[in-house]
Design a protein around this ligand. Structure first.
Ligand code: ZN
Length: 265
């Protein structure tokens, strides 16, 4: 493989030896890449601006041998997000979003929409009002799932196909959601079965609007704190069922420890 040049976001960095690191990047042109960066600890390295977590870099790399590991030959820092590191809540949300992406992407598949989503996600996590962070994380997760082809059905009952006005909530205002069936279930189809998630009409509307809006508009889509939490639980359950992880994400454990969900808005 010849020498290639692209840009990417640093998802993960581990120390490989005294002088080298292995970095995992999500790149614009080649998808997810694992690269060996030699000599990073030297005072004068080829990695200008450093290789910090979440940093957006322009970089040059090549492949040596048959291993799935590339060599990072040089890089320049384009953007970094220092404010993310100055707040545990921002850091927790950014880490959760990155970990989710890293886990969901298996190979080197290029997807420019995912790349743009990731860049927008990090710049918003840096700027957002803290009270909107959790809501934003779930909005990003919904969009990511949708881009990866895991999108649950939120437009019609997955059992009978009722949609629009004929898709009615219960008298107390609930609809249902099933992770294994992959979408919403109307009250008639959910009768007698207790294994469904309950979803209010306003939660369902919020999800639909998120999927139709850009990340920039998420702040304006109002939703109560406990409703945000319910949507988070639903997404994690769906992820657990379809990918084998979700509730086990390490960064979500961290978010729970800092009680992001409990913070009053
Ligand atoms: Zn139905």
């Amino acid at each position: 493989m010849s020498i290639k040049k692209t840009e990417g976001i640093i998802l993960k960095k581990i120390k490989w030896s005294e002088t080298s690191n292995i970095v995992t990047l999500y790149s614009k042109d080649f998808g997810k890449l694992k690269l060996l960066a030699k000599g990073v600890q030297r005072l004068k390295s080829s990695f200008s601006g450093g290789l910090e977590l979440f940093g957006l870099i322009d970089f040059v790399f090549y492949k040596r041998g048959k291993k799935n590991l590339y060599i990072l030959s040089s890089s320049d820092l384009v953007s970094s997000y220092p404010l993310i590191f100055s707040s545990v809540e921002r850091y927790g949300v950014a880490s959760a979003g990155i970990e989710l992406l890293d886990k969901l992407l298996a190979g080197e598949e290029k997807n420019e929409d995912i790349y743009s989503l990731l860049v927008d996600f990090l710049s918003k996590v840096q700027d957002l009002d803290k009270k909107n962070l959790e809501k934003f994380l779930w909005a990003y997760s919904l969009k990511l799932l949708s881009l990866l082809g895991y999108k649950p059905r939120f437009d019609e009952c997955v059992k009978c196909g009722k949609r629009g006005k004929s898709l009615k909530a219960t008298s107390s205002g609930f609809l249902f959601f099933s992770s294994d069936l992959g979408g919403i279930v109307c009250p008639t189809c959910a009768k007698g079965d207790k294994l469904y998630f309950r979803l209010t009409r306003s939660q369902l509307n919020w999800i639909r609007r998120v999927l139709d809006s850009s990340l920039d508009r998420i702040e304006k889509l109002e939703l109560e704190k406990r409703e945000v939490k319910n949507i988070g639980d639903l997404i994690l359950d769906f992820l657990s069922y379809h990918t084998g992880f979700g509730k086990e994400l390490k960064s979500l454990e961290f978010l729970k420890k800092i009680s992001l969900g409990k913070e009053e808005s």
